[in-house]
Design a protein around this ligand. Structure first.
Ligand code: ADP
Ligand code: MG
Length: 262
């Protein structure tokens, strides 16, 4: 038996905020191990601490208690091995698609020919080749988010931390983005922690779904998704998918009513 290397390890991680002098526990003692190249989705009601948890993995927020470790090292800040993607596209509006994707590579002082090769590859993976010279304002929401994903991938981070990246997209574009993300992931495996409040999305993408509950934010259930990859869109129509969706749905929505709102 081979055991998979833990890539990200949340060890009794807590986040307590000061709300006008009163401590507010946003995340309470989370223990979670994400394996190398695993795709984990985190789902839960609004305010249950999903973003707070991810920000601690990203090194954007220090935990109040416990620690996050990446490859065994305690996270103390952001790092190039962790690419972060938010719901807001965060592209530079004055740069073209190509220049946006190239940006991190320039920071890493990678030479011009190699930059071109890496950017071309990412544009192809995300279907943006034809839009290389377009400015973000002339892209649809889906294309902007694909550009943000291409940019995050270009610098070759081993870990992708994605906080509701498709949350602002219409339903159809969202499904297309999910399909595309899995295609990219199939070609270039990464360890992914993907936050969503969409149960379908959580099941479709993941090896494992982590369900959080609020008040205080904590892990409520962890559900294995034993569906084979590659996953076509048709998989959503199978009985297995329906069963998993029901399991996750129940875990999210049949929590105590007072746990569902903040
Ligand atoms: P989610 O992403 O699951 O919707 P968040 O992690 O954003 O939830 O927030 C969890 C809880 O912590 C919420 O009640 C939120 O209001 C609170 N919170 C988040 N960030 C801060 C902060 N900087 N200061 C005070 N409270 C915060
Ligand atoms: Mg959030």
């Amino acid at each position: 038996m081979t055991t998979r290397t833990p890539k990200i390890h949340f060890d009794q991680v807590s986040a307590v905020f000061d709300l006008n002098g009163t401590p507010f526990t946003a995340v309470d003692g989370v223990d979670l191990t994400i394996a190398d190249n695993e795709f984990v989705t985190v789902v839960g009601p609004s305010g249950c601490g999903k973003s707070t948890l991810m920000n601690m993995a990203g090194g954007l927020l220090p935990p109040t208690g416990g620690q996050v470790r990446v490859d065994g090292e305690v996270v103390t800040g952001p790092g190039p091995e962790r690419g972060v993607i938010f719901q807001q596209y965060a592209l530079f509006p004055w740069l073209t698609v190509r220049q946006n994707v190239e940006f991190g590579l320039q920071l890493q002082k990678i030479d011009k020919a190699e930059r071109r090769r890496l950017v071309d590859h990412q544009l192809e993976l995300t279907g943006l080749t034809r839009f290389a010279d377009t400015l973000p304002k002339n892209l649809s929401g889906g294309m902007k988010q694909r550009c943000a994903i291409a940019r995050a991938y270009a610098v070759n981070p081993k870990i992708l931390l994605m906080d509701e990246p498709f949350g602002a997209l219409d339903a159809l574009t969202r499904v297309q983005m999910q399909v595309q993300l899995l295609q990219t992931w199939a070609q270039e495996r990464r360890t992914v922690m993907f936050i969503t409040h969409d149960v379908d999305e959580a099941v479709y993408l993941a090896n494992r779904v982590v369900v959080m509950a609020a008040r205080p934010g904590r892990i409520h259930a962890v559900i294995d998704v034993d569906l084979p990859y590659p996953r076509t869109e048709d998989i959503r129509l199978t009985d297995e998918f329906a069963e998993l969706r029901n399991t996750v749905w129940s875990a999210v929505y049949h929590q105590q009513p007072d746990e569902l709102t903040t």
